[in-house]
Design a protein around this ligand. Sequence first.
Ligand code: BT5
Length: 248
Amino acid sequence: MPRLLGRKTVRYGSVTSTNLMLKELAMADIEAGTVVTATVQTEGRGRLGRKWESPEGGLWMSVLLEFDRSFDIRRIGLLPLMAGASVATAVAMEYDMETGVKWPNDVLVGGRKLCGILCEFIEPGERRCAITGIGVNVNNPVRADYAFSHQSTSVAEECARTVPLEVLENTILEELDFRWGLLSEGNFQKLVDDWQDMSLTVGKHVTVETPSGIVRGIARGIDQTGALVVETSGETRSVNAGDCQHLE
Ligand code: BT5
């Protein structure tokens, strides 16, 4: 099957946010699978209105995924997980690094954040789409300048050399294309197994800050909607969204 994702790529120098740019293009009817990249983002965004530092040297990109009518939107939580698994696999393959995924949207190396994902659901006209934003620290500096520096890393930092962005971009898109195929075919359990195989969260004591309060317990896995299943004292809770901390 020819690859869908990245058949069309729009490359920018400096933009506010690749997610915002792609959203505008989607509103103007650009085709599914389109990728937007930027050298620099001046207003790179994390979840919950947080800032994502995006200086030159990193891989900042967004991918337009379009659902067909039969897609059950409750499964949207699988998207950041499959994007994270795609990045973790691509980085491990290209640079022989040990990567892992942390629920819901991080890729870590040596306990430090290498990549963050921001998925946004939009409905341009009759279409139902997700903007999948992927930010990977590659050759950009991360270790010195920021409050989060002690918790972050980059590909260059980990392999002590700068690397070409295009190679990583292409491999991530191949991996994401494969997982998008699984999602489109309804092969949810395979996505669950794939993510759980590289998960750093499963089996850990966690604290999850959710919109409706804090959930504490042992992470047992994810379900087929991407929710984190947490065993708390005496019961099992499924958490759809939140900030997760590993306690051990
Ligand atoms: C994320 O949010 O991790 C989602 C990041 C998504 C970025 C991509 S880049 C392409 C696309 N366009 C966008 O505008 N966004 C997407 P969250 O889990 O909320 O983490 C945000 C937190 O990570 C911040 O509050 C900082 O503490 C930390 N942080 C910010 N920049 C970082 C960086 N470059 N590397 C590591 N950590 C960072």
